[in-house]
Design a protein around this ligand. Sequence first.
Ligand code: PLP
Length: 453
Amino acid sequence: MEQTKVILADHEIPKQWYNIQADLPKPMSPPLHPGTGKPVGPEDLSPIFPMNLIEQEVSQERWIDIPGEVLEKYLIWRPSPLCRARNFEKLLDAPVKIYYKNEGTSPAGSHKPNTAIPQAYYNKVFGVKRLSTETGAGQWGSALAMACQMFGLELRVFMVKVSYEQKPYRRMMMNTWGAECIPSPSDRTEAGRQVLAEHPDSPGSLGIAISEAVEDAVSRADSRYSLGSVLNHVLLHQTIIGLEAEKQLEKIGVYPDVVIGCAGGGSNFAWIALPFVRDRIHGKKVRIVGAEPASCPTMTRGPFAYDFGDLAKKTPLLPMYTLGHDYVPAPIHAGGLRYHGMAPIISHLVREGLIEATAYDQLETFEAGVRWARTEGFIPAPETNHAIAAVVAEARRAKEEGKERTILFNFSGHGLVDLAAYDAYLSGKLTPYQLPDEEIQRALRAIESFPKP
Ligand SMILES: Cc1ncc(COP(=O)(O)O)c(C=O)c1O
């Protein structure tokens, strides 16, 4: 019988995360202090994050040990299975083998607990009592709610309003795990009140919600802020998935030609990309493709520039592909991909030509997701559908070229809490969205005067 799943035993779980900084052919530009224009130091970040996570943020060590208490929690569901999508392959009728890592098997339903658990752990060890964060679709907020509960921390989540309304079940998950969840923009913070005064009907955005969460954290001595994507230490934690995938593929003697992930802030894409980018740097022939929404085309239509991570300019200036910090993406259903910027690590690798980027309209992504659900069974998260659309595009190309291809992609989460989005798609209520150039130009004017990387 041919092997469909590769499962690692508990003792085979990777014991270290991989830090790409140690292998970059060219170093990344540093984050800048917006006041001085100088690189930010660990002290600048200390009101926002605990020092043990700041150390990881700036570390150049290639391997970083995963603490025993974090491994213990990971083992609740990790190592996650690596599966072959034979039924989807049959449907596509192309010369491709498709493997995927199923991150929908985590208790919160996505890859987000891979960093939520270490972040809660390091904050606890540092003596922090309470965290605040933002969430788009609610995947990150619910993952952090679970992690905070595990380590005895309080949590307040600012959830992008359009998702709060479209996805009430994730709010209920957060409440079940003991967290407080508030729709953003809210009247709890100065940043939120300012947006509401100008745009009372604002659907919210991750940029606004981040401003609210940072303001909330820095206003209390017992609190710190936690981010679910974009930052170096978040991407570091997600490499556990790619490291597992490498071991699993090795067991069956397979190496991918193409590696694919959907990209919002870049964290789940990083899981898959970074260990394979290291191979590429060392001469292996592997293509790495990030799939983003056409309505928020950060890597495909934005410039590489210094920009703030949030609307209220509370973060350092980050070197990244960006659509401008005041860009409010259309309220598409893949809430987790509605972010104006891209992780500096991923941005750097795109710029260096080590990673490719593509963009898909939400209709195309739901079409791919429904075809997946009708063959492989698992209903994907709307974000994950972007990766599946990229897999379909690769298969089509392989068929046209008559070349065999082995594809590995990240199934970043299940969509069982996103069924309203499927309902909208199946009843013909979703429309294609073409982002006008003028809208990007308008948002980019906000960063014209910033330093250039
Ligand atoms: C299932 C799923 N996939 C992907 C993403 C995108 O985030 P990132 O680019 O950080 O992986 C999210 C974000 O919420 C998500 O919930």
